[in-house]
Design a protein around this ligand. Structure first.
Ligand SMILES: [Zn+2]
Length: 241
């Protein structure tokens, strides 16, 4: 079953049954079926999205609606591992001693990738002392050995704020100095400007990469061209028609 038409079809997908890695475009059709992702095609006759923040946008992603399904998460973990292998080769893959992802959204995906790579997953947490949920912490009760090279995995990256906070939590919380692999594996990279080089020198290796713009409604160029704005939460069919 190469092109799932229904959610029931999606639930039956198995990586071994696909025959090859799905393309990002194929995976976007899965996101679409699960009301988990959509990107405007540039045609002003098509509607655009109003986000929870009130901004008008050319894209909407809620990866948890896909990652909630273990079979799809496993397939996407295989896809990300394959992208990392293509970028770094065998020596890069063999250098990795552990995997981590930002809490809570990236933890399950990081765990699946760690399993495929036959290494441990380390689990940073949201710091309960931070009411905004932006600060992370890493408990020192299962320390990461000194010199371990850690691979960071993220389900969704716009600006990498939570990704940075999670890396910092490991630096602050682990009792041993560790290293961070030069690549960061990302399921959906949807920045306003494509710039995969992070300030710390690492490079984002995305499976799905889509530039997504968001504007204050007053300055929304799609509204000014007559595109209708709809809420992805309540008007999915209209948004994706
Ligand atoms: Zn608009």
């Amino acid at each position: 079953m190469r092109t799932p038409q229904t959610i029931t079809d999606l639930l039956r997908l198995k990586f071994g049954g696909l025959g090859s890695f799905p393309t990002p475009e194929e995976v976007l059709t899965w996101f679409n079926l699960l009301q988990a992702g959509w990107v405007h095609n540039g045609d002003p006759k098509k509607p655009h999205a109003v986000l929870h923040s009130g901004l008008h946008s050319t894209g909407f992603f809620l990866c948890k609606r896909v990652l909630a399904y273990g079979n799809l998460r496993e397939i996407l973990a295989e896809c990300i591992v394959n992208k990392l292998y293509t970028a770094g080769g065998e020596s890069f893959m063999k250098s990795i001693g552990g995997v981590f992802g930002s809490p809570y959204s990236s933890i399950l995906l990081a765990g699946d990738i760690a399993r495929l790579m036959e290494v441990k997953v380390y689990v940073p947490e949201k710091d309960p002392a931070d009411p905004d949920g932006k600060k992370m912490r890493f408990k020192p009760d299962d320390p990461i050995p000194a010199g371990t090279i850690l691979l960071q995995i993220e389900e969704l990256v716009t600006k990498f704020d939570s990704g940075d906070a999670t890396k910092q939590a490991i630096i602050d919380g682990n009792s041993n100095p560790v290293e961070f692999a030069k690549f960061v594996g990302v399921l959906v990279y949807r920045p306003p400007e494509i710039a995969p080089e992070l300030p710390d020198g690492r490079t984002i290796i995305p499976f799905i990469q889509k530039r997504v713009d968001a504007w204050d409604p007053k300055y929304c160029p799609l509204c000014s061209k007559g595109s209708k704005v709809v809420s992805p939460k309540t008007n999915w069919a209209e948004l994706t028609a």
